[in-house]
Design a protein around this ligand. Structure first.
Ligand code: ATP
Ligand code: MG
Length: 777
């Protein structure tokens, strides 16, 4: 390639360039948001390919989401052209895990065509096992066990390895149930998500020849978002990265590499990194996980692994991620080159200043410097806006989006709304549909498509429209009532013969002898319930009726008894569903609205605003970012505070840091004075994180009181008046607990804000959804 640097290197700063060109030996890039970590990884792959150091199939590159993997492929393609078609080992831990497992399934007792269970299958299976042990599955819920399983598998623990306390869980049957579950999966030729890592770890450990094959194959390993790897992912990486010296197969080197090495033209990394890049040869027993290198000689050879991450962006602690993995990298990989990047290329000085100041409130961090050259006096400060309630928040953000479109020709694709909790999405989805504004929900189903919402809607549909067979079938046995498939089949046959709806068939059949006594009695109860609810429909307030239906049917209770990690979120969503009905006259008019929303067009190529959780925004960037819901209890989230204490709070603060640093130019934060939490309207207290933003980089916006007839007085002692000048920051609530206590004392239950007039339906909307896998899957 001659002496001048190839194009893809010329735009990099010296530290980035060192990270790209230090191809041999372990490298850790530890750096703040927007400093080009992901860009370094991408360029590094391009460099490895362009210089012939490896074939595409010899590079293992791990990203956090499938979306990130796709983006990386595209970018590498742009840098080197074409070759990425053959990058089969670029993906998430799970997608790569499944690939390894398919190749060697028989080594763990599976067939290569094994199936991967979804959550529903998994729960059903666990429930059967619990019942088989004669345990009451109400007292010992399957979902609780599923959450425990997930925890064990995140830690890489097989049944024999789980802690004694866990082994005694579930009436002393914890370990036994785990083992029985794994055995059952084997007979079903199936595995769950956790197994996609656990099985490869087991098979690589047990089969040195297979492991050696991968050691020969993967000449370069790269990992993005290393701060969020869990123990199992870490073990898996360590296995693949520990290359025993004797295991190297010289002939496996691509010709260009051999030539470069032989000619001595492949230079060692420069000293620009500021750290030694000597590869120490140490005994494996000095490594923190000696068992991983057991029996494979005592000296580790060059490990070409490059991990990039940011301890300040570790936000998956609640799912078993261990930020320690990044902190002990240089112990795990002796002689590692540690590179720090300090220049941020993404954001303006204001955004960076605000985010850095906020995260400095965490005690548990390495601490690092970040700077940017972008300091245009025209740059907007980080905005803090106050609103009355979530509807107004959605309305105002919708207007701000249209305004940016109008005034600056701002692409919708370059805007995002980042929420703390998924229930917050509902008001934005509803509002945008009404406005005819394109949006996409990233990282999960749209609000009305979530399982619990569909279930609840099915109940309401049956009440409003008794001929809705599909809805009835969905919930006839949800929650579980012992009305199995056989009963449903009988109902079907009866209904078809007489050409009547199934619920009518049920009404008739319970008067006959065709069903066994037990299902007959149960069904009689169900039919009576629906009859009663239908009779209440014309007279009762629809939101109350809806709540009553979910209560009396046992549906709410089902989730209350559920100990799984998702259950609280599902209950929140159900409450949000009832809340959203308030804007409609009746249950039927609400259902009509939902049908229209659900039917909206889905088009992947349109210009659209993204709505997603802060968690799934990791690694992404947008010109403008909206950050709604900065209120105590929501953000920081109460659950994180209750369960995590100080470290819970710090993880929330990292999430706020991730949120702000997604913005290139504009970050607009919102908080409202009234939010319905746990089903009750509450006056809310602005998030403590607002007090932690530096005055110099923040502008507190005038409260916009033009909506809905709330005068400035509507904000009472909260919201805008608290935030109407720089003083709010000097005399911040955080530093003056007296103020906070006074606020808390006042923060009783507020009156339900009056309903607002509806906005007419505007057509012509196009919307889409990206069903991206959850991070890591
Ligand atoms: P995060 O921590 O949020 O994942 P990151 O460190 O991975 O951030 P990147 O996404 O790689 O950062 O880079 C942030 C932005 O800066 C991107 O738009 C990238 O293209 C740009 N960028 C990175 N390095 C340079 C550079 N040397 N010159 C110009 N732009 C750069
Ligand atoms: Mg990144």
């Amino acid at each position: 390639r001659g002496t001048s640097a190839p194009d893809y290197l010329s735009g990099l700063n010296p530290e980035q360039r060192a990270a790209v060109e230090t191809t041999e030996g372990p490298v850790l890039v530890l750096a703040g948001a927007g400093t080009g970590k992901t860009r370094v990884l991408t360029t590094r792959i391009a460099h490895i390919l362009a210089t012939g150091r490896a074939y595409p199939s010899q590079i293992l590159a791990v990203t956090f989401t499938n979306k990130a993997a796709r983006e990386m492929k595209t970018r590498i393609g742009m840098l080197v052209g074409g070759q990425v078609e053959g990058m089969p080992w670029l993906g998430t831990f799970h997608s790569i895990g499944v690939k390894i497992l398919r190749r060697h399934a028989e080594l763990v007792g599976l067939k290569p065509n094994f199936t991967i269970l979804d959550t529903d299958d998994q729960i059903r299976l666990i429930k059967q096992l619990i019942q088989a042990e004669n345990l009451d599955d109400k007292r010992w819920p399957a979902r609780t066990f599923a959450t425990m399983l997930d925890g064990w598998k995140n830690k890489g623990l097989a049944p024999k390895d789980i802690p004694e306390g866990d082994a005694r869980a579930f009436a002393g049957k914890g370990r036994h149930l785990y083992a029985a579950y794994q055995a059952r999966l084997m007979t079903l030729n199936a595995c769950d998500f956790g197994d996609l890592l656990m099985h490869p770890i087991a098979l690589l450990k047990a089969n040195p020849d297979v492991l050696a094959e991968y050691h020969r194959r993967f000449r370069y390993i790269l990992v993005d978002e290393y701060q969020d790897t869990n123990v199992a992912q870490y073990m898996w990486l360590r296995l693949l990265a520990q290359q025993p010296k004797s295991g190297r197969d010289e002939t496996a080197r691509p010709p260009v590499l051999r030539q470069a090495q032989d000619e001595g033209t492949m230079s060692r990394p420069s000293a620009a990194a500021g750290a030694s890049s000597q590869i120490a040869e140490r005994s494996s027993t000095e490594l923190p996980h000696p068992e991983l290198v057991e029996g494979r000689g005592s000296a580790a050879s060059t490990i070409n692994i490059c991990c990039v991450g940011d301890d300040d962006q570790s936000i998956y602690g609640w799912r078993g991620a261990e930020v320690d993995n990044i902190l002990r990298f240089d112990k795990d990989f002796p002689g590692a080159t540690v590179i720090r990047l300090e220049r941020n290329y993404r954001s303006t000085g204001h955004i960076l200043g605000a985010a850095s100041h906020l995260i400095a409130h965490n005690e548990d961090r390495l601490g690092k410097t970040l700077f940017t050259d972008r300091a245009d006096p025209e740059d907007p400060k980080v905005e803090v806006n106050a609103g009355w309630d979530s509807e107004e928040e959605a309305r105002a953000i919708g207007e701000a989006i249209e305004d940016l479109q109008r005034r600056e020709n701002h692409d919708l694709n370059d805007m995002a709304i980042l929420v703390r909790a998924s229930f917050q999405m509902r008001s934005f989805e509803d509002r945008f549909v009404t406005m005819g504004l394109n949006y996409r929900v990233i990282g999960g189903p749209r609000f009305y498509e979530r399982m619990e919402i569909r279930d609840a809607l099915a109940y309401f549909r049956c009440v409003c429209q008794p001929a809705d067979d599909l809805a009835f079938e969905r919930i006839v046995n949800t929650p579980k009532r012992g009305l199995g498939d056989a009963t449903v089949r009988l109902l079907h046959d009866y209904a078809r013969e007489r050409q009547i709806p199934i619920i009518a068939a049920a009404g008739e059949m319970v008067e006959t002898e065709e069903l066994k006594p037990k299902p007959r009695n149960t069904l009689r109860g169900v039919v009576a319930d629906f009859r009663r609810w239908s009779e209440l429909l014309p007279t009762m307030k629809h939101t109350e009726l809806a709540e009553q239906i979910l209560d009396e049917s046992g549906y709410t209770e089902m989730w209350q008894n559920d100990r799984s990690a998702e259950a609280p979120g599902r209950l929140e969503n159900l409450k949000e569903l009832i809340r959203s009905m308030e804007e409609y006259e009746s249950l039927p008019s609400f259902l009509e609205h939902v049908a229209l929303v659900m039917d909206a067009e889905q088009n992947a190529d349109t210009d659209a605003v993204s709505i997603m959780t802060l968690h799934s925004a990791k690694g992404l960037e947008f010109q403008t970012v909206f950050l709604p819901g900065w209120e105590e209890g929501l953000f920081p989230h109460q659950r994180a505070l209750d369960e995590g204490g100080r470290s819970g709070l710090e993880e929330e603060r990292r999430l706020a840091y991730v949120g702000i640093t997604r913005a290139k130019r504009r970050a607009k934060i919102w908080f409202v004075s009234n939010r319905r939490i746990h089903g009750l309207w509450q006056s809310t207290i602005p998030s403590r994180f607002l007090d932690e933003l530096p005055e110099a980089h923040v502008e507190v916006m005038e409260a916009n009181t033009s909506y809905g007839g709330y005068g400035a007085s509507g904000f009472g002692g909260y919201g805008a008046s608290r935030w109407d000048g720089g003083n709010a920051f000097k005399e911040s609530s955080y530093k003056t607990p007296g103020w906070k206590r006074a606020q808390a004392a006042q923060a009783g239950f507020a009156e339900t804000p009056p309903r607002r007039g509806g906005d007419g339906w505007s057509g012509g909307r196009t919307r889409e959804i990206t069903y991206d896998a959850e991070p890591g899957s």
